[in-house]
Design a protein around this ligand. Sequence first.
Ligand code: C2E
Ligand code: CA
Ligand code: CA
Length: 569
Amino acid sequence: MSYPIRILHLDDDVNDSELVKAELEADGLACTLRRAETKEEFLAVLQQGNVDLILSDFTLPLFNGGEALSLARETYPEVPFVFFTGTLTEETGVEALKTGATDYVLKNRPARLGQAVRRALREADAQRERKKTDERIQYLAYHDALTGLGNQVFFREHCSQMLATAERDSSPAGLILLNLNRFKDVTTALGRQYGDWLLQQVTARLRQAAPAGVGLARIGGDEFITFLSGDKATVVSLAQSLCHVLEDHPLRLGDLSLDVRCTIGLALFPEHGADPETLLQRAEVALTHAKATHVSSLCYDRTQERFTPDHLRLLGELTQAVTLGHLVLYHQPKISLKTARVVGVEALVRWRHPGRGLLSPEQFIPLAEKTGLVKPLTQWAIAEGLRALRAWLDQGLPLTLSLNISTACLLEEAFTDHVTALIESSGCPPASITLEVTESCLMADPARALACLSSLHRLKVRLAVDDFGTGYSSLAYLKDLPVDELKIDKSFTLNLIKNRKDAAVVRAATDLGHSLGLEVTAEGVEDQQTWHGLIAVGCDTAQGYLMGKPMPATDFSAWVRTPPYGAGS
Ligand code: C2E
Ligand code: CA
Ligand code: CA
């Protein structure tokens, strides 16, 4: 309330206004009075605002007090309303109080006016305070006190509303779950108040990156959630902006500089869920997965559910295995069927797990492929393979090196650059290196695959289609690929002698390869008969347990000096 008291006086008599002013001032209350006689005037003054109190006559020639009261209650319920009238019976007075009047004073007892006004204003003040407290309680029920962001309840309600709208309009939406990395370390090392400070700084940055209309909430210690309508591209792009705004530059507090890193899980409506609970749970699955595999962001994918806690533990350990040197590269000889000489090796990764022993790639490569982890793993395998090749070339062994490349790596934009750099620093001739990509990998995104293979081909490295026969390649398509070699899948070779259908596949694949000018290799040669069968078919090279199992580089160096290689020479 301001002072002097600003009174709206609804009365047709100027003298009464003077009387009011005089009475109140005599009682020590300074006031300004604006008088209204009609409904229009009454409303006009109210709408100007700045009214602390309404004082109203009950009967007026052009308007009436009862109607004024209900109008005022509707539009300005917080302004106290006191009747000052000569005509009010006790009954109407009580009735007026019931319908919302604050008090009534009879004109023949004006001395009571000051007391009534004081009380009315005190009550109005108290009511305003109560309202503020209510609003604060309401706010706290929906917001997080530390950051001012929405809380769990806010998220559930607002996300439900958003999803209902999306459902009605058949439009997509998404949820981004963001978790700060190593937040616990910060609070442990620096104390809780730094943790709080960090959360506030993070909030400020998130607000900055989140456009208007996007829901933002903090639902746990260091877990933030954003939900928005839009397709996958929109959601992913916001996730990237959030990540960027957090990681772009460190947070500063005096001399202290803190790098903020986050991990993000995404879930989309309608494909991953139709209610806040399900979407949140799925975003959590994606987030857990992203953390375990040390990638910054992942979108939910049903296959992530298949990852048992054991898988996730293994993935976590695999990340370390790359850096701790627990991975080893085995080499399987590749033999010419024409000369029975070793022409090259295929590098095959193994994991010397401290607790589980030597793990075969089948036990961890599929896991690594579903996450970003296969990329560092491949980088490592390429570098390690090239190191071994360089040593053999230096010893005068004219070998080639074949490396297995996963889809995710092949389709990665920077892959060609990475390979170029690794080859250059190894000093190995590109023509002695073959990159094997599986047939199914090529079919996953043929246009992209073609572009990637073409750029690799320009490096002069050789390219091979691995596991040929299992992926239903279109032969017409194969003809347009810049590949040099075709590797017939071992499932056909293993049955070459026993099964006529498989023998027919091996023969057809060999002929096809040759007609396209490709070298044809058969994997999985386990006996002499198969070896001779392949020679009969016209295959060029072979790999198999008959000639040599995959072995560590040092074993291979010894093995290669002791021909013949178990085969039919
Ligand atoms: P792949 O590229 O088809 O490799 C051939 C697999 O057949 C190897 O299994 C090899 O040990 C096995 N093999 C060789 N000769 C015979 C034989 O005479 N009989 C039988 N039954 N099997 C034979 P390995 O080493 O367990 O590798 C399995 C798969 O793991 C590979 O299949 C390849 O797809 C993947 N892999 C291995 N190393 C890497 C790598 O460094 N990067 C990627 N992305 N994948 C890899
Ligand atoms: Ca291979
Ligand atoms: Ca193969």
